[in-house]
Design a protein around this ligand. Structure first.
Ligand code: 3PG
Length: 213
């Protein structure tokens, strides 16, 4: 499936909740992503935080063609390159650097840099990125930060991640420049490791419902 920044944004406008998966095990990752998709969350971010993450990403992309599988925690241009090669639908970073922003702009991969304030956002806009991850959302002010940044940057939309909960989600999504929220709460490591797919299904359903509330 070919993806564009706009096709990813359109899907996030509908789902409004992006699960963030941290796992080093290919089979568990495929099972988890399948469970999330079957229960209302058909787009997912797989973080590059584990040693085997690139293999996990590649295999999930291959095994789950109907799911929009993106990569998170992209810290370097080399990682961005590897993510593009993996066939992932999009990339996300927790922050932004001039080198990474330039590489992302040139790569053509749908990409959402992370910002923590106005200077980061100005760097993102210089490279054409209008949809950004606000991270860590609960620390930098969440919807208060998004609302404040909406003054000087009315064209920007935010994905709030870091400390987001299912309970907080409906209120966070009411802020007009918040596109979506992201988080790991619907696929916690403990449940993945114990293979409790029923529990993950229940959390996914609740998260998907919170996205529509
Ligand atoms: C991220 O990568 O965006 C965050 O680590 C997700 O935050 P959470 O684990 O608090 O949901």
């Amino acid at each position: 499936m070919s993806h564009t920044p706009q096709s990813i944004i359109t899907q996030l406008e509908q789902i409004r909740v992006l699960p963030i998966l941290v796992t080093d095990d290919v089979d568990q990752a495929i099972r988890c992503v399948t469970t999330l998709a079957e229960n209302g969350l058909p787009a997912v971010e797989i973080t590059l935080r584990t040693p085997n993450a690139m293999t996990v990403l590649r295999e999930v992309v291959r095994a789950c063609p109907d799911v929009t599988v993106g990569a998170g925690t992209i810290l370097t241009a080399a990682q961005l390159d590897a993510v593009k090669t993996s066939g992932a639908a999009f990339g996300i970073s927790p922050g932004i650097t001039p080198v990474l922003a330039k590489a992302a702009q040139e790569s053509g991969l749908p990409y959402f840099p992370g910002v923590g304030g106005a200077s980061d956002l100005m760097l993102a806009l210089e490279h054409g990125f209008h949809v950004v991850k606000l991270f860590p959302s609960d620390v930098v002010g969440s919807t208060r930060m998004a609302k404040a940044l909406g003054g000087p940057f009315p064209e920007v939309r935010f994905c709030l991640t870091g400390g987001v909960t299912v309970e907080a989600t409906p209120a966070l999504l009411q802020q007009s420049n918040v596109l979506c929220v992201g988080g790991s709460w619907m696929c916690p490591a403990g449940l993945i490791n114990s293979g409790d797919w029923n529990a993950i299904a229940t959390l996914a359903k609740a998260a998907a419902a919170a996205g529509k509330a």
